[in-house]
Write a protein that binds this ligand. Structure first.
Ligand code: 5RP
Length: 224
């Protein structure tokens, strides 16, 4: 199976998982990226089974609307049962690195509100230790050099993601060469740097369920 077929399989598995729990009042939180796009396309086949969605990026909002799915502002939604999103890496505790698509801040906000965070990923994303994928950090533009110096002190090698402006008008530093053995601590340390909006570690609020696309089928993993 190709990586795209694995992504498609987990996207369909996520739809199959949430569909029986949705009703006409349900609003679904939707992530960003190629795996999330497969999820949106699969979810759209059942758009009469729920009310609408909250999007974690402008790109996701556009795709949802393209399918005729109503998109709500998070502030107007009182309850979000599910948030479904991809990841760049996951460990066995379902701590994640996210933000390859630069949508990490809105993704983290929607994940924080949702009761159940379902991560959908192909098997290549499951790793023993987080950090091979460079950790994205969203930064207020004027603080870029200051934040980069602080990230070096934490042992990383930050690289400015040229030409990328987030939906919030900020920039991204990708931090290379981190061996993330304590993701909860590192997430808090990086977020405490003045000028950081958020970082792509999802450890304070990890996923609740990982649907992993493998050659043997979709596996369901809960945090160890
Ligand atoms: C976007 C993300 C994505 O979930 C992550 O980059 C995975 O993307 P893909 O599903 O395309 O592999 O965090 O900010």
């Amino acid at each position: 199976m190709t990586q795209d077929q694995l992504k498609q399989a987990v996207a369909q598995a996520a739809v199959d998982f949430i569909l029986p729990k949705l009703d006409e009042k349900s609003v679904v939180g939707v992530g960003t990226g190629s795996t999330a796009n497969f999820f949106i396309d699969a979810l759209a086949q059942h758009k009469t089974a729920f009310d609408g969605a909250v999007a974690s990026s402008e790109a996701t909002a556009q795709r949802l609307k393209g399918h005729g799915i109503p998109v709500y502002e998070l502030n107007s939604v009182s309850e979000l049962e599910f948030y479904v999103d991809g990841a760049d890496e996951s460990d066995a505790h379902l701590n994640l690195i996210k933000g390859g698509g630069a949508a990490l801040t809105r993704e983290k906000i929607v994940a924080a509100v949702a009761k159940t965070f379902i991560c959908i990923a192909d098997a290549s994303k499951l790793v023993p230790v987080l950090g091979s994928f460079p950790l994205p950090v969203e930064v207020i533009p004027m603080a870029r050099s200051h934040v980069a110096r602080q990230l070096v002190k934490l042992g990383g090698d930050p690289v400015y993601r040229e030409g990328v402006v987030t939906d919030n008008g900020n920039v991204i530093l990708d931090v290379f060469n981190l061996q993330i053995t304590n993701p909860v601590e590192l997430e808090a340390q990086i977020n405490a740097i003045v000028g950081v909006v958020t970082n792509g570690l999802f450890a304070a609020r990890p996923a609740d369920l990982l649907l992993l696309g493998t050659a043997e089928g979709v596996k369901s993993l809960k945090a160890e």
